[in-house]
Structure formats: C-alpha cells, structure tokens
Design a protein around this ligand. Sequence first.
Ligand code: FES
Length: 100
Amino acid sequence: MSTDTPTRIRQVTEELVLVELSGRRVLVQASCPHRKGRLLFGYVDERNLRIRCPLHSSTFDLDSGRRTAGPACDPLRVVAVVADGSDGTDEAAALAGGAR
Ligand code: FES
C-alpha cells in the first residue's frame, strides 16, 4: 500500500498537469476528455500506471492515454514523458510554442 515516492499531480499550465510517479513523470492534459473533470484532483494507480478522474471515475492509461474504464469516449492526451530533473515547464513551453 505504501510507496517510497508519493505520487504527485501538479498543475504546470492551464492545459497540462504533471503526474509524478516513482521514477516517472508524465505530462497529460489537465481536464478529463469526458466532461472536463480536473485531473489535478484525480487518483493515480501507480501499480497499473493509471489515473482516475475525480468526477465520474473514467480511468486512463498513463502510457497511451487509452481509457480503461468509465464513461469517457475519448482517450486522455498524454503529451510527454518528462526527463529526470525537469519540473515539466520546459516541455510545456516547448509544446505551447510548437504544433498542438
Ligand atoms: S469528467 Fe471525467 S469521467 Fe466525467
């Protein structure tokens, strides 16, 4: 049940949150594709690398963005896997300046 490194979800930009799991950082869209639930307040299943929306419990794979449960029809946008030592802001800025 306990983990060495607690999972954290942090708002990076209005559109992106950074999910920090043990040894891994993933930038994903901040709002659920179902009805825009704020994933900042989601639950992360570290063992299965999934995030669950706090509103209607849609669950998404943090590697592919694929929906694994719940009412959402669209996948979650997984934007980037963030390098060690980065807080995600550089990646978010690069994405904001690049193609969407
Ligand atoms: S808003 Fe996320 S499951 Fe409905």
